[in-house]
Design a protein around this ligand. Sequence first.
Ligand code: 4AD
Ligand code: MG
Length: 481
Amino acid sequence: MKHTKVKDLLNSAPGLHEVKAKGWVRTFRNNQFIALNDGSTINNIQCVVDFANTPEETLKRITTGAAVCVVGTLAESQGAGQKVEIQVSKIEILGDSDAEKYPMQPKKHSLEFLRENAHLRIRTNAFGAIMRVRSTLAFAVHQYFQEKGFFYVNTPIITGSDAEGAGEMFKVTALPFDGTPRTEDGKVNYKEDFFGKETNLTVSGQLEGETYAMALGQIYTFGPTFRAENSNTSRHLAEFWMIEPEVAFNNLADNMDLAEDFIKYVIKYTVDKCGDDLKFLEQRLLEEEKSKPQADRSEMALLEKLSFVMDNNFKRVSYTEAVDILKNSKPNKNKKFQYPIDDWGVDLQSEHERFLVEKHFKCPVILFDYPANIKAFYMRLNDNTEPGKETVRAMDILFPGIGEIVGGSQREERYDVLLEKMKVLGIDEKELYWYLDTRRFGSAVHSGFGLGFERLVLFVTGMTNIRDVIPFPRTPQNAEF
Ligand code: 4AD
Ligand code: MG
């Protein structure tokens, strides 16, 4: 007989036929009641062991963490909290788990402790829920774009270009550290390296994605992205997953519409599919926030917050308006910002973004038309901007509790303007000849954005540290597992 998933058993009507279940013991009470979980759902199935007729030897081996196979009948449950239970007639221990040594004890563990045990933390309710939600969100991403006729493009992970021009890249090389080949002037001779040139892990698939949008029309990428920025924050990973749609003939307004519609869709899809997990995570957050001062607690419970995002328009505000608001804000006047806002042109820090979203507008915000100086080279220069105060058609989406969740723009489609900008910034036009070619042959207005997948998972699960929403986080000084 094949075993049935716990999720399906819990949804079945009780009956006299035999069922088989396999999973891991969460708890074993009174030498009689096993709470069995197999990962298919946050809910355990209760398995009632006939302890009088089960050898002592076997009973001793039913410990937290052990893998077991039970056979029995699915009966109506007498106990509270479940409709059905398995009246066990046969139990087999598939894999023992030494209760003394098993790190995942049936009690509350700190998130720090669980991070150190990332290979076992998935066996807790919270991490099971988070990872199921993550999987559902990923599926929703594909479903959204596929339904809309976008094509999924796999852009390279090893690349020769720095898409963001920020230089925060991990080098990829097969050269030896000892006896590195050098050129006559003492520099590393990459001609002798594997690819015959300097290469790195991608920081974004955008530039390659643009070439595909300029042929297939609407594309998206969804892949791993690497940043060697040494920011040890609860919002940054060195390896994260990014979703990057790119659409030919879309302008900035179309781009904002797409991003907003997309985010609402994937949240709705996940709320519909992951009810049990989200209810659990909502409760977890409430518990966690009990220890915080009132002012630091969320104003809305998790599911209410998700509904709020789905049901309300994101507020669209230009950078210039935002800077005015910030300049005149209480925390700025009272010198509460670590980085005071005095002048137009400064880059916004997360404290400013969070003020705008959480205190001022109290809803997701799309900031657009940023100063050209603080944004990447490929963004479309606005027409009619004041010299010295040039702006570009950039947009960032800011979320409560998260800060920036999306960064995107309309792209500079004019060959001459783009080339000039690259020259000014010292970006090697020979290296990016292929990118420039899209502007030489059949150029057109086009736009796209990047959404940090883990920041979305953070928002939807109500977790607060990005290390807790990716299976095996990579951060400065940490590449365990
Ligand atoms: O704003 P970013 O750097 O934009 C780009 O890379 C563009 N090429 C995207 C595009 O237009 N196609 O990154 C996009 C998003 C951010 O808004 C953030 O959500 C996420 O990626 N992100 C990170 N997430 C986790 N850890 C990091 N270190 C991240 N850096 C960016
Ligand atoms: Mg950004």
